[in-house]
Design a protein around this ligand. Structure first.
Ligand code: SIN
Ligand code: NI
Length: 263
């Protein structure tokens, strides 16, 4: 049934906090969707300023990514402002609407492409990196905290690839890696999605995607919230989030480390 609620101009989110059925259908068909105006205008600047301050204080702790981006993981555990964004109930409910089943937070990450970083994040899928088992399709909200046109490093997707499971983790520094694994993916029309500050894309954990280099004078701030099936179990493979937790293989990824405040 079509949703008929009134929305703020420039926003796809209704006053009931839901997105129209067409966007849900688009996500299920293509494995990604853009949701405009997911952050209310009054909150964007606060989150952007919070992200900038957090980066200034923690840049040295970024994972090593050879200039592709500064990557800070699980910032929600360290910063009150960014915690508010990561645990945002409206965002989590939209993610559940798209997924169609209950979700937990897997982790968040701040991904900042510095001005003129000139390095793309090459094509990859996310789910092969994660120590997950027994799960349905996870998904990420990639939230633009500044305007992100193509020249500042927006995302490009390979529609329909959410069904291409079973590949090993790909090297996001190698342009050809994903396509060498499955040459048929090279011929899928690619969709590049520029975002205004406060917009986001949701993409599934298997949807192939890349992000363009930042060729502008302004940093590209993206805040990514990753949601997993609440039934997800620990597979035992290495990962920065689960390594310190001492989990047994097959344990549920639940409890305080993987909350679901939108329930
Ligand atoms: C990026 O923002 O550069 C890449 C994000 C992703 O791979 O999910
Ligand atoms: Ni990715």
């Amino acid at each position: 049934m079509a949703t008929t609620t009134t929305r703020q101009p420039g926003s796809d989110v209704g006053p009931d906090g839901r997105v129209p059925d067409e966007l849900v259908a688009a996500y299920r068909e293509h494995g990604f969707v853009r949701v405009r105006g997911v952050l209310e205008p009054g909150r964007i600047e606060r989150f952007r300023a919070g992200a900038e301050a957090f980066l200034r204080a923690h840049r040295a702790e970024s994972l090593e990514t050879r200039g592709v981006f500064s990557q800070l993981v699980n910032v929600w555990r360290q910063d009150r402002t960014l915690r508010e964004l990561t645990l945002d109930r409206r965002l989590g409910r939209i993610a559940e609407q798209l997924a169609g089943f209950p979700l937990r937070l897997w982790h968040d990450q701040m991904l900042v492409k510095e001005p003129h970083n000139n390095a793309a994040t090459e094509f990859h899928q996310d789910r092969p990196y994660w120590p997950h088992a027994g799960d349905r399709l996870p998904l990420s909200a990639w939230i633009a905290l500044v305007d992100v046109p193509p020249e500042r490093g927006c995302m490009t997707f390979l529609p329909g690839t959410q069904h291409r499971t079973g590949l090993r983790p790909q090297d996001l520094h190698r342009e050809e890696d994903l396509f060498e694994m499955d040459p048929s993916l090279r011929w899928i029309p690619r969709v590049t999605v520029p975002l205004r500050a406060g917009d986001c894309t949701f993409h599934s954990g298997y949807t192939g995607h890349m992000a363009l280099p930042n060729r502008t004078d302004q940093a590209r701030f993206a805040h990514v919230v990753i949601y997993m099936d609440e039934a997800t179990r620990y597979s035992g493979t290495e990962h920065i989030v689960t390594d310190p937790l001492g989990l047994a293989v097959g344990a549920g990824l639940d409890g305080d480390a993987f909350p679901r405040p939108w329930a």
